[in-house]
Design a binder for this molecule. Structure first.
Ligand code: ZN
Length: 163
């Protein structure tokens, strides 16, 4: 069986940035499972995995454009401190859920404190980063009707969740 749309894929992976610094790995977290063709993973990796079979090992270099996108300066925002909960201690590096002007949920990171202003960055933490994946294909199976309907893979025991 080959990796294709509507298949559920199990992977081991290691993700490093351009400098070779480890960003993320499936090691110690259990296998990573995703539904192929549903944009569960970044486009550059998904495209590179199409047609692979169980046991294949692939190294994939993904540009920011095919990864988490380029950094956008207009996602930097200055917000007054009193927008945050009173008494909340705000530090550089903290992350908050926020709503974009289009109403999408996004995660913003505090990058600077300037008096009564807080400067937050709505870029994905990996925006603008070239991604180097080392991937091993562990398993490929057909997705269930429920998984296709949800647009993501469920656990090995068909774990269900409400959404
Ligand atoms: Zn589901």
């Amino acid at each position: 069986m080959q990796i294709a749309d509507q298949k559920v894929i199990t992977l081991d992976y290691t993700l490093k940035n351009e400098e070779g610094t480890l960003i993320d790995s499936s090691e110690g977290q259990g296998d990573f499972v995703y539904l192929h063709g549903a944009r569960n993973i970044v486009p550059g990796l998904e495209n590179a995995l199409a047609g692979k079979v169980a046991g294949d090992e692939v190294s994939v270099a993904v540009s920011p454009e095919e990864g988490y996108g380029a950094r956008e300066n207009d996602l930097l925002q200055t917000v007054p401190k009193d927008m945050f909960e009173e008494d909340a201690e705000i530090n550089v590096g903290m992350q908050f859920h926020a709503q974009s002007p289009e109403g999408e949920m996004m995660i913003v990171t505090v990058i600077e404190l300037d008096g009564d202003d807080v400067i937050v960055d709505g870029n994905h933490p990996l925006a603008g980063v070239s991604l180097n994946f080392d991937v091993k294909v562990i398993d490929i199976r057909d997705a269930s009707a429920e998984e296709l309907e949800h647009g993501h893979a469920h656990g090995p025991d068909g774990e269900h969740h409400d959404h």
